[in-house]
Design a protein around this ligand. Structure first.
Ligand code: AMP
Length: 114
């Protein structure tokens, strides 16, 4: 999709630090990390948010979650634990309108989140 930041990363037009590449998904480091491990996992296809993706392509939704888990394995944080987050809409402060799974870990994450 034109003018979409994460479509640009998926296409290789916008630089990012890639950590895991799959045919339909991609993991890269968040530019402003909130934990020692903070990776964003996206679908290569454009979907605005998690609800849209889940209804449009449940198989791809499952692939996104599996890629997130594989990132956590690769980062070595499955033993200590990690958090998976989707922000949707204004109140959740979704700032990029292309579905992205935050994979966060490497420290005590605390609950509830801010
Ligand atoms: P959200 O607030 O859930 O929409 O998350 C968007 C995330 O994208 C934020 O954590 C940003 O730090 C991150 N971000 C924005 N631009 C980039 C970029 N060019 N490369 C990597 N992460 C980015």
């Amino acid at each position: 999709m034109r003018d979409c930041l994460f479509c640009g990363i998926a296409a290789g037009d916008t630089p990012a630090t890639l950590v895991l590449e799959r045919p339909r998904t991609l993991g890269f480091r968040d530019l402003n990390p909130q934990a020692p491990t903070h990776v964003l996992v996206i679908t290569r296809d454009h979907h605005a948010d998690v609800g849209t993706l889940a209804h449009a392509d449940p198989t791809l939704m499952a692939e996104l979650m599996a890629t997130g888990h594989d990132v956590a394995v690769q980062e070595g944080i499955t033993g200590t634990g990690y958090r998976s987050v989707f922000n949707s809409g204004r109140d959740a402060h979704q700032s990029v309108q292309h579905v992205h799974l935050h994979v966060l870990g490497g420290r005590d994450m605390g609950w509830p989140p801010g």
